[in-house]
Design a binder for this molecule. Structure first.
Ligand code: F6P
Length: 343
């Protein structure tokens, strides 16, 4: 009988509970025991592990968030962090750890793998920016929420003749913004991969007004950046334990600048954590399930140090080290395609 520990780290994402349920159900079928780690790596620093029975995962696939709790704790930034993680895994007799997370959580998983910890990883982030996988748990739900937001804003923007700058999550990659902008009929899309010029943004608004369209909806990634000459707009704030700036604010800055340049009333709308909230879409539930099952299958084969991944319609796996260290970003070609719909 194997003993598996499971944790979710980083921002929560709808679909995580499906993966947890799948890990527990498949493990129970194999006669294995699953231990829940509370709050990501924090739970392994404190040794907070408790048994997760199949009964306790009944129906959780329909819930958003993560029943395990999560945090942005980095054990490599804590005093004797990795020693404590390893000690607690050993104390609980864990054979393999299933770590579900994004770039940061998987970065830690990779380093621990190199130190001999047996880990299988599952990709999760609404940003969908993990390399070596076409899909990460949570993306479809986030796009669905954001697209609904962008789409719904048309009626109020039109009624008041306003420009609305909609800020969408995505620190380093514009996947959610691109998809939500296209699906929700945005008149311009700004993403971190392509620096923008405020004059160009203002031009789109002006040209629409000249055509008698007195409203505009602009979909903007929270990590979108202006070109060199407008760098003064970027905000500096405190960093989290993985060294990330807490973003949120580009829409307000842009709204002010657009209003100044066009004279059109412009407001900022920050979709924020609504994008990670609520029920997971059926797609995320199924993806979470398939990835969770595959993770246990890898553990069964003792094929450690791997991240399960999605390639086209298939689930496969790749070394965790191959997936971390570089992000999957929006290609210039895809952004060019989106430009057809600007204005
Ligand atoms: O990584 C997922 C994500 O939702 C990003 O899109 C966003 O920048 C960040 O998490 C927000 O994190 P937090 O909820 O910790 O503020």
């Amino acid at each position: 009988m194997k003993k598996i520990a499971i944790l979710t780290g980083g921002g929560d994402a709808p679909g995580l509970n499906s993966a947890i349920r799948a890990v527990v159900k498949k493990s129970s079928q194999l006669g294995w025991q699953v231990l829940a780690v509370r709050d990501g790596w924090a739970g392994l620093l404190d040794g907070k592990l408790s048994e997760l029975l199949p009964e306790s995962v009944e129906d959780i696939e329909m819930e958003g968030g993560t029943i395990l709790g999560t945090s942005r704790t980095n054990p490599y930034k804590k005093e004797k962090g990795t020693e404590r993680v390893k000690e607690n895994l050993k104390k609980s007799g864990i054979d393999v750890l299933i770590a579900i997370g994004g770039e940061d959580t998987l970065g830690v998983a990779h380093k621990l793998t190199e130190e001999g910890v047996r880990i299988v990883a599952i990709p999760k982030t609404i940003d969908n920016d993990i390399s070596e996988t076409d899909y990460s748990i949570g993306f479809d739900t986030a796009v669905t929420r954001a697209a609904e937001g962008v789409g719904n804003l048309h009626t109020t923007a039109k009624s008041h003749g306003r420009t609305l700058v909609v800020e969408i999550m995505g620190r380093h990659a514009g996947w959610i913004t691109l998809h939500a902008g296209l699906a929700g009929g945005a008149h311009m899309i700004l993403i971190p991969e392509v620096p923008f010029s405020i004059d160009e943004v203002a031009k789109v608004v002006d040209e629409r007004r000249e055509k008698g369209k007195f409203y505009s909806i602009l979909a903007v990634s929270e990590g979108a950046k202006p070109g060199e000459e407008e760098k003064f707009l970027i905000q500096t704030e405190e960093l989290d334990s993985f060294g990330h700036v807490r973003l949120g604010g580009i829409a307000k800055v842009l709204a002010k600048e657009i209003e100044k340049r066009t004279g059109a009333e412009t407001r900022a709308v920050i979709l924020g954590h609504l994008q990670r909230s609520g029920l997971p879409t059926a797609f995320d539930r199924v993806m979470g399930t398939r990835l969770g099952i595959c993770a246990v299958e890898l553990a069964e084969k003792e094929d450690y140090g791997k991240m399960v991944c999605v390639r086209g319609a298939e689930i496969s796996s790749v070394g965790i080290g191959v997936a971390v260290g570089k992000l999957k970003t929006v290609s210039p070609e895809l952004y060019e395609m989106a430009r057809i719909f600007f204005g």
